[in-house]
Design a binder for this molecule. Structure first.
Ligand SMILES: [Zn+2]
Length: 61
């Protein structure tokens, strides 16, 4: 089971905006909490892929 502790989340910031993340269990994604950014970063094998090129952009345009 893939899981990230709150401790880990505290160390991670969005590489695009340096915002904090929220963890979406169902999607297995880290969602940037900045309303101006909102990128969703995937997890692969339990490792967050914090690359802007790999992030999913918010659907709203
Ligand atoms: Zn961000």
């Amino acid at each position: 089971m893939t899981d990230l502790s709150a401790d880990v989340l505290e160390f991670l910031v969005c590489p695009a905006c340096h915002g904090r993340f929220t963890w979406d269990y169902e999607a297995s994604e880290l969602i940037c909490s900045s309303s101006d950014c909102g990128l969703a970063y995937p997890l692969r094998g339990g490792i967050p892929i914090l690359l802007v090129d790999e992030a999913r952009k918010p659907s709203a345009e």
